[in-house]
Design a protein around this ligand. Structure first.
Ligand code: NPQ
Ligand code: MG
Length: 379
């Protein structure tokens, strides 16, 4: 029953749990360096079934304006009370966005609670995320995102290790001063056949078109988000000056934003992250509008635990996800994951979970050991 409405559940309680998980190695992007994640998990308790959601906001408002402490506040004081007040707490995931629409933005927070409600509903009826969202694949190819390093030697060593692991595509983070040279060296060492792309996380300006065009000779799959989130027009300008396809990440905040960016010639490939667009249901709509316009999509990553990673795999199994995404193995980021079946790499591919809901179960003992706070809200 793909994408059909599912029966509302009565929300008895919602738990907001914060966990602290150290990264296996620091992850540096053009906006900063992360050494540990402070992650907000949402658990809904509804008619004796639990549902989990993961908020992808970072510790600080650097990737976007959202950050974990603000997400906890808006969920606790503005979003969850609205769900409790709706029809005496009876809600289906398909109604969540509509009920929360009066609250502007806060898409990562909305996406986290919607995911938890959807997980509970699907567990209650024995359906998995993949089937519900419309998945057509049992496994998906796995790419890896590689941070900015202190030296090109260190980058070469790191990329070599990921290629040995079997990752089928490498994404290199870039910024002014760390772009042409490191890419040239990776091509020189590993050859022209390694599928390679770059992500600027908004670090360039409209004047950088000629500079970025120097990347054209490396045969990259795409350049991701060179300019600020708001600058769709700027991306259209850059897209005319650079031969490599432009892909948008931060700018794509909804299906409407995707349509606008595509129609204005700002991108020819779209990165989809459920949290960035307000949830998995909107993410499917982004997928659909891109498919209708012949624009391929791929699934981004936000350093998720096994919960968000399992849901991302279901999304990445939809038909228009024809570009390799950033859903890496759990061990790329974590020494130990909080779920019973962490994502594992198998010949460069990862397997879409098939058990009900998101398809993974919480390792409660380990989860408790990394929990820094818990707030329970009752309807
Ligand atoms: C991207 N992710 O595609 C993001 C950026 C990113 C895997 O490259 C904390 C929270 C740290 C969110 C680091 C990847 C983060 C983060 C990077 C998002 O642009
Ligand atoms: Mg990105």
């Amino acid at each position: 029953m793909p994408r059909e409405d599912v029966t509302p559940l009565r929300l008895d309680a919602v738990e907001l749990r914060r966990i602290e998980l150290p990264l296996v190695s620091p992850f540096r992007t053009s906006f900063g360096t992360e050494t540990a994640r402070d992650i907000l998990l949402v658990r809904v308790v509804a008619e004796d079934v639990d549902g989990w959601g993961e908020c992808v906001a970072g510790n600080e408002p650097l990737y976007s304006s959202e950050y974990v402490e603000a997400c906890q506040h808006v969920l606790q004081h503005h979003l969850i009370p609205r769900l409790f007040a709706h029809d005496r707490g009876r809600v289906s995931a398909q109604q969540v966005a509509k009920i929360l629409e009066p609250v502007k933005d806060h898409r990562m927070s909305k996406g986290a609670i919607e995911a938890a409600v959807l997980d509970a509903q699907l567990r209650a009826c024995g359906t998995n995320f993949a089937t519900h969202l419309g998945a057509v694949r049992a496994t998906v190819p796995s790419g890896v995102s590689v941070g900015i390093m202190d030296s090109i030697d260190q980058l070469v060593t790191t990329v070599g290790r990921y290629l040995d692991d079997g990752y089928v595509r490498i994404k290199l983070k870039i910024e002014p001063g760390w772009d042409i040279e490191p890419i040239a060296e990776i091509r020189r060492v590993f050859g022209d056949s390694v599928p390679l792309q770059v992500d600027a996380n908004t670090a360039y300006t409209r004047d950088d078109g000629a500079h970025l065009a120097q990347l054209d000779r490396f045969g990259l799959l795409l350049i991701e988000q060179p300019l600020p989130e708001d600058d769709v027009t700027g991306h259209a300008i850059i897209a005319r000056e650079v031969g490599t396809p432009i892909c948008l990440d931060e700018s794509i905040t909804s299906a409407e934003a995707a349509i606008d960016a595509i129609e204005r010639g700002a991108c020819s490939i779209v990165n989809i992250k459920a949290g960035r667009v307000g949830g998995y249901l909107e993410a499917v709509r982004v997928h659909d509008v891109c498919a209708e316009r012949g624009v391929p999509v791929w699934c981004g990553g936000m350093l998720e635990t096994g919960i968000g990673r399992a849901m991302n795999l279901a999304l990445a199994a939809l038909p228009n996800f024809t570009v390799t995404g950033d859903v890496s193995a759990s061990e790329r980021f974590w020494a130990r994951d909080i779920v019973d079946e962490p994502v594992r790499l198998n010949d460069g591919h990862v397997t879409v979970p098939t058990r009900p809901g998101c398809g993974v179960e919480i390792d409660q003992e380990f989860l408790d050991s990394v929990t820094t706070s818990t707030v329970t809200l009752a309807s």
